[in-house]
Design a protein around this ligand. Structure first.
Ligand code: HSE
Length: 439
């Protein structure tokens, strides 16, 4: 190996690891032409021999520790995932002063600040572009292109699996379970989709993005999370009739007294909002900066080649010396800067309610009386005739209300004898104002 060659070890050869190995091998010449750097794939550490297929010529090995320790290895790419073996291997590499590239949002959301401190202590760095929104260069944008901005809000569709499922449910009227089965067949959803459909994957990404946006330590547990696994087809249909689509949004927003609201939730998005048009497995992140205004990043947020594109970009930035310098200087994922969280009861939002009401006089009046008593004003009411002579769906949207008031009102509504519990309650998003802090 020549002196100017930079050796890379890829740990884990699953979908993304295989994609990275293939991209490094196929683009070695292009990268050399563009950067003058010769980046050589030295090791692909993978115990499962079935994953070797499709990568002829790749330098497979089974000993990840030996791949890290090899003196020729200059950059280690962790694509094993999870918070167990991956963490141990990352720590080993950092202690040797070797830079890490990782897509591991679970680990960064859990132990990012600690690992970043360890990297700094040993004079090295961590590249994590692929941890959020796959191929979209959102991390570089947050720490580079948008660095002069006070971030007011960040609203993202950051889970491709959920977006694919919701798009199928919206466009074709299929049930959640049918859409999930189709997503699995098409290779978008994992065999065990829990991390995605529960909203946790999106929350882990939001924890990382919000940490960058607000220069604070944001953990997954700081985020209020609702997944898409209990969404009903009826709500997508009624939302559509009211002019909305339902998206799983990850939202981080600066509010009054600098309190930050953090949530992942199925949300009604107006059909004219750009995020409403983000379909299939695509991701999009809207960022509102006080100087730049609204910027929207759109692209493929998951999958073999888009995520590999982000990983290889980190490898090159490290090899160029850009990331090591920036990492040393920038205060990324700080350990001790606590985020001041807005309690979820103090959130101000518009709401969508679906009630199943006995079709008899005075029922709607009971509901509106409770809402009124909690200072909740209605913006629309939808009730349609059905063949069921006993119960009818009633859909209500509200103006801005305090979440705490809505929760109290809901508890009372759910006790009404004329209603079938429990009422469905979803939030509606009004796009953040572009230059909110200037007014
Ligand atoms: N499973 C994720 C998604 C990609 O569907 O977006 C990795 O975080």
């Amino acid at each position: 190996m020549s002196k100017s060659t930079i050796g890379v070890a890829v740990l884990g050869c699953g979908t993304v690891g295989g994609g990275v190995a293939a991209l490094l091998m196929s683009q070695r010449k292009l990268i050399r032409q563009r950067t003058g750097l010769d980046i050589a794939l030295l090791h692909v550490a993978e115990r499962d021999i079935t994953k070797h297929a499709g990568l002829p010529g790749a330098p497979f090995c089974t000993d990840a520790e030996a791949a890290i320790d090899d003196p020729r290895t200059g950059i280690i790419v962790e694509l094993i995932g999870g918070t167990g073996a991956a963490a141990t291997l990352i720590e080993r590499a950092l202690r040797l002063g070797k830079p890490i590239v990782t897509a591991n949002k679970s680990l960064l959301a859990l132990r990012g600040p600690e690992l970043f401190a360890l990297a700094k202590k040993h004079g090295t760095c961590i590249g994590f572009e692929a941890s959020c929104a796959g191929g979209i260069p959102i991390i570089n944008a947050m720490i580079g292109g948008l660095v002069a901005n006070r971030i007011e809000a960040l609203v993202g569709i950051v889970n491709g699996t959920c977006n694919y499922i919701l798009t199928q449910m919206t466009q074709r009227g299929v049930s959640y379970s049918q859409a999930l089965a189709e997503a699995q067949k098409a290779g978008f959803a994992e065999a065990d989709p829990t991390l995605d459909v529960s909203g946790r994957d999106a929350a882990q990404k939001l924890a990382i993005l919000a940490s960058l946006a607000f220069n604070a330590r944001v953990a997954e547990r700081d985020i209020s999370v609702t997944g898409i696994d209990s969404l009903q087809e009826a709500d997508l249909k009624f939302a559509g009739e009211l002019g909305y689509v339902i998206k799983l949004l990850a939202i981080a927003q600066r509010g009054k007294k600098e309190k930050i609201s953090l949530r992942v939730q199925p949300t009604l998005v107006h059909k004219e909002d750009q995020l409403a048009g983000v379909g299939g497995s695509f991701n999009a992140v809207s960022v509102y900066g006080h100087a730049v205004g609204h910027v929207l990043f759109y692209g493929r947020g998951a999958g073999r080649t888009p995520t590999a594109s982000a990983v290889v970009s980190d490898i090159v930035q490290i090899a160029l010396g850009v990331t090591p310098l920036a990492f040393k200087q920038l205060n990324l994922l700080p350990e001790n800067a606590k985020v001041s969280l807005l309690p979820i009861e103090d959130l101000s939002s518009r709401y969508y309610l679906r009630l199943t009401a006995r079709d008899e006089p005075g029922v709607l009046a009971q509901v509106t009386k409770i809402l009124g008593a909690h200072r909740i004003s209605l913006s629309a009411v939808l009730q349609q005739e059905t063949s069921d002579s006993q119960f009818v769906p009633v859909v209500i949207t509200t103006h801005l209300a305090r979440e705490g008031d809505m929760l109290k009102a809901l508890a009372k509504i759910n006790r009404l004898k004329a209603l079938r519990p429990a009422a469905i309650c979803l939030r509606i998003i009004d796009p953040p104002r572009e230059f909110a802090s200037e007014s």
